[in-house]
Design a protein around this ligand. Structure first.
Ligand code: XMP
Length: 520
């Protein structure tokens, strides 16, 4: 039996809201295990299950009054466990319990003020002086209060903004407590979980570690597992977790493409082979990658060449290991949700850069994805719990094609060397100035342009270095980071004075969109 099946949990019914994952994240941050299930797949949860201690109905883009679109199984409201409806979920509860929902005359998107009408366990300490600012995102509203429900709070455009039926343990909120713009929004989830559902904390990185190690042991048995180690956060955590679980039955393959950050390969070998004593095959394929990329400047061609060659090399080394049945991957919960395998909702496809995704089919390997129920911040905590260093755990994301896509134009050994140095100066400066952890991703790029400069009494004609540093939540949108002048001056001086080949530094001040984070 999976350990999750023995844990008390909150079930989140997803109606396709862009914030559903945030609800799950907030609940897990509160130390409670929860699962997301699509509203289309709630059939199996309509019978009383003792581990489900509370249900949250998410928001969503649908209308409750167009009944054909929403075939919601009301049985889930009758399990006797507390239910919290958020936005669309609030409207679902209202309609199911005999209220009415109509299109609003005034739609509310963004910040709104709500006023307390009545005290409730759900909103304990939420209001200050009877008011609070919350984040709304709705075009419909509850227009008739369901029978035996009471109004807890109202906004100008939503008279039934928070409602409850204490006896039936049902609560509805028109705004979104899960988003950070709702002041003290997490408190509502906290009150729901601890005071109303009466749960006690059951979800910590230590519990997760034990649970995952057991699971891996059970599913792997006596077989062997291979893992493509890149040195990034996810694959590092997977490798260490598997090593703790199955020791020498794990083999990691690390391919040095020559396009990594300065000394990255040394760090990986030192950490995983020397320190953790993990079976690690180190493949130095620098020259091979360089020769295949010779004179290639088209970004898509670069990506394809690198991706294909990586798979070929990985396959060659993996095939040498006998009795391999599993390929370990660092798939995370958001990836599953995006690829709709968890919730069945219609959102975007998994990103193409899950580099070894094509392998299991070809190599007839089963996938083992121990992190697939975790969010990135949970993976980081788990990594620390497993003894990985803060340096590895808090590393900025790095793309599979590496420096190749931070060097528009053709790739040469000389350019790679210059770029590694520039990037290293930049990242080191960020760390020295306590800026690294405030930035989501930062890197240096080498532009295929030479410009004139003057150093001493000599004319120089050298490359242009571009620096990019962004803030972001998830890499889907981003804004450039605002450095102060002295930092910019200092990093520009360091790069130009110390690296032969660069005589000018520029800073990228575009957001995403319209730009992307990487240059290619
Ligand atoms: P863009 O440039 O699309 O990048 O705004 C968004 C995030 O994805 C990373 N990225 C990649 N990661 N393989 C990867 O593993 C890739 O091919 C790839 N392309 C972009 C990028 O670094 C940023 O974090």
């Amino acid at each position: 039996m999976r350990l999750e099946d023995t844990l008390n949990k909150i079930l989140i019914v997803d109606f396709g809201s862009q914030f559903t994952q945030l609800i799950a994240r907030k609940i897990r941050e509160l130390g409670i295990y929860c699962e997301i299930v699509s509203h289309k797949k709630i059939e199996k949860f309509t019978k009383f299950e003792k581990n489900i201690k509370g249900i949250v109905l998410s928001g969503g883009p649908l209308n409750v009054y167009e009944s054909k679109k929403v075939k919601f199984n009301n049985k889930i409201l009758k399990l006797g466990v507390p239910v919290l409806g958020i936005c669309f979920g609030h409207q679902i509860i209202s309609k199911a319990m005999g209220g009415s929902v109509r299109s609003s005359k005034h739609r509310e998107f963004g910040l709104a003020e709500v006023k307390e009408s009545k005290k409730s366990k759900l909103t304990k300490n939420f209001f200050s002086k009877g008011k609070n600012n919350v984040w709304m995102s709705h075009a419909d509203q509850v227009t008739k209060l369901p029978k035996n429900f009471k109004i807890i709070a109202q906004s100008i455009n939503s008279k039934m903004c928070i409602i409850e039926n204490v006896e039936k343990k049902m609560f509805g909120i028109q705004f979104h407590p899960e988003v950070s713009h709702t002041i003290k929004g997490k408190l509502i989830l906290k009150n729901f979980i601890f005071s109303i559902c009466k749960l006690t904390k059951n979800w910590s990185s230590r519990d997760q570690k034990k649970k995952l190690i057991n699971e891996v042991r059970n599913s792997v048995g006596n077989s062997k597992v291979i893992c493509a180690l890149s040195g990034g956060v996810d694959s590092s955590v997977v490798a260490k977790l598997l090593s703790n679980a199955i020791g020498k039955k794990l083999t990691c393959i690390f391919v040095n493409t020559g396009l990594l950050r300065k000394d990255e390969e040394k760090q990986v070998v030192n950490t995983f082979k020397k320190r953790f004593k993990i079976n690690l095959i180190y493949v130095n394929a620098e020259n091979l990658f360089l020769s295949k990329l010779k004179n290639v400047s088209d970004p898509e061609k670069k990506r394809k060449i690198i991706g294909n060659l990586f798979i070929k090399i990985f396959e060659k080394y993996a095939n040498k290991i006998e009795n391999v049945k599993f390929l370990a991957q660092g798939t995370l919960y958001p990836d599953l949700i995006e690829s709709k395998s968890v919730t069945g909702s219609q959102t975007s496809k998994i990103k193409s850069h899950h580099n070894v995704g094509g392998l299991p089919k070809k190599m007839k390997l089963k996938l083992i994805e121990p992190l697939k129920y975790l969010f990135k911040d949970e993976v980081r905590k788990l990594g620390l719990e497993l003894g990985l260093s803060n340096e590895i755990i808090s590393r900025h994301p790095f793309p599979g094609p590496g420096l190749a896509i931070r060097m528009p134009g053709i790739i040469t050994k000389e350019k790679i060397k210059i770029l590694k140095e520039a990037d290293n100066y930049f990242i080191k400066s960020l760390k020295d100035n306590n800026l690294y952890d405030k930035i989501w991703q930062a890197y240096a790029a080498l532009l295929p342009v030479k410009t004139v400069g003057v150093m001493g009494d000599n004319r120089t004609y050298e490359y242009l270095c571009l620096l990019r540093a962004i803030t972001s939540e998830d890499g889907m949108t981003a804004d450039f980071f605002q450095f102060n002048k002295s930092f910019m001056q200092s990093i520009s001086n360091q790069i130009v004075n110390n690296i032969r080949g660069i005589n000018r530094v520029v800073y990228d001040v575009t957001s995403k969109p319209p730009s992307t984070i990487e240059l290619e």
